[in-house]
Design a binder for this molecule. Structure first.
Ligand code: ATP
Length: 368
């Protein structure tokens, strides 16, 4: 196991700034995901941790030791790429054994390690066949096995699930979580898939345009997004975001133009004192809105009409015209709602005032 510290890491490729000053400490033994949209600098960050790319500025430390100038082979880590690069003319055992032979590890020790890791990966009955005879998921396990027999302190994974079909991807991601639990290894896994990150990571380093947007536990990214980018990127469907004016009159309310969200008196101090500008961005998660005319305890509410309904079996997505530029999306699993609300219906929505997110309109950072 190893702790990895990134100190103000930057990487420039000619005029392109791939990574623009990252500070992060990846905990020893954690499963950390580096997440973000295409081109945000995830792979470059992973390659710098691996020692395959040298930072233009900044330092990388492993267990407190500066490794910035240490070559990849001298770092206590192993890499699994999207392209598995297995040798089909060798057996699974030979594929797993090769790196150990290169490191002059004796025969008995090699066999012990291969047997142990093959057991954890559940490929012990495949050791004597060629990888070409295995399924995609089994080949993935062989690639993992080849890295893990080296007993690295850190395992780096670059989009290991992206070449798998949907069913296999779900199966392998559960497997990765299980394998991580059974080993004393720090996993750092690059993905653009927020669902993969949310389901298995202990911590997620969410990047955009070369910078860290939030480095946190999955639930915090969902419930307390640090800024509008995080709010929008995490969660399916995305958070509803719209402009409003914050008004602190006899009542405290958020004026979206087409409707007002009046904040109950006992909640208004949550907003007073925090909101300094009148113009703000309001964020509401689709699963926090309720089809409920009266609301509970005078919760803020607004009227809308149903434009489109999408059905997923045990829940629906409702696209609502509430007079704003974009539809408001609501996710509901309430059977009474699913049975009774149809397209074209006039409805009233309510939301707990403590579930409303507010963001600074110019910087996008979270206010409350
Ligand atoms: P993806 O999810 O699409 O793989 P990513 O988040 O991993 O993207 P990177 O591959 O790290 O992003 O790339 C970040 C930026 O740096 C991109 O603009 C990319 O074009 C650029 N870049 C990466 N590697 C190089 C390179 N070797 N030479 C020049 N530019 C590069």
């Amino acid at each position: 196991m190893a702790q990895i510290e990134l100190r103000n890491i930057r990487k420039q490729f000619g005029d392109t700034t791939a990574v623009d000053g990252i500070d992060a400490t990846i905990s020893e033994g954690s499963y950390t995901m580096i997440l973000g949209p295409s081109g945000c600098g995830k792979t470059t960050t992973l390659r710098m941790i691996a020692g395959l790319e040298r930072p233009t500025e900044g330092d990388i430390l492993m267990d407190g030791e500066v490794v910035t100038d240490k070559p990849a082979r001298k770092r206590d880590l192993s890499l699994v790429f999207q392209n598995l690069a297995l040798w089909d003319h060798k057996t699974v055992r030979e594929n797993m054994e090769f790196g150990l032979k290169m490191r002059d590890i004796g025969k008995d020790e090699r066999q012990n390690r291969i047997d142990e890791i093959a057991g954890i990966l559940q490929i012990e009955d495949k050791l004597d066949v060629s990888p070409s005879t295995l399924s995609g998921g089994q080949q993935q396990r062989v690639a993992l096995g080849r890295s893990l027999v080296r007993k690295p302190g850190v395992l780096l994974l670059d989009e290991p699930l992206s070449s798998l079909d949907e069913r296999l991807r779900l199966e392998m991601r559960t497997e990765l979580a299980r394998i991580h639990q059974e080993l004393d290894v720090t996993f750092v896994h690059v993905t653009h898939n927020q669902e993969d990150a949310m389901t298995i990571a202990d911590e997620i380093l969410l990047m955009n345009e070369g910078r860290v947007q939030q480095f946190d536990r999955a639930l915090n990214l969902y419930h307390r997004p640090a800024n509008e980018f995080v709010a929008n990127f995490i969660g399916t469907p995305s958070m509803n975001l719209f402009d409003a004016e914050f008004v602190d009159d006899t009542d405290v309310y958020l004026d979206a133009g087409a409707f007002r969200l009046t904040i109950p008196e006992d909640m208004s101090d949550r907003y007073r004192g925090h909101v300094v500008e009148d113009q703000i961005r309001v964020g509401i998660r689709p699963d926090t809105l309720r089809f409920d005319a009266r609301g509970r305890n005078g919760d803020p509410s607004f009227d809308a009409s149903v434009s489109i309904i999408e059905t997923f079996g045990d829940y629906n997505w409702y696209y609502l015209d509430a007079g704003l530029e974009d539809d408001i999306v609501v996710q509901s699993a309430d059977e009474r709602v699913m049975d009774s609300v149809g397209t074209g219906d006039s409805v009233t929505l309510s939301i707990g005032a403590d579930r409303i997110h507010l963001f600074d309109k110019s910087s996008g950072t979270r206010i409350v």
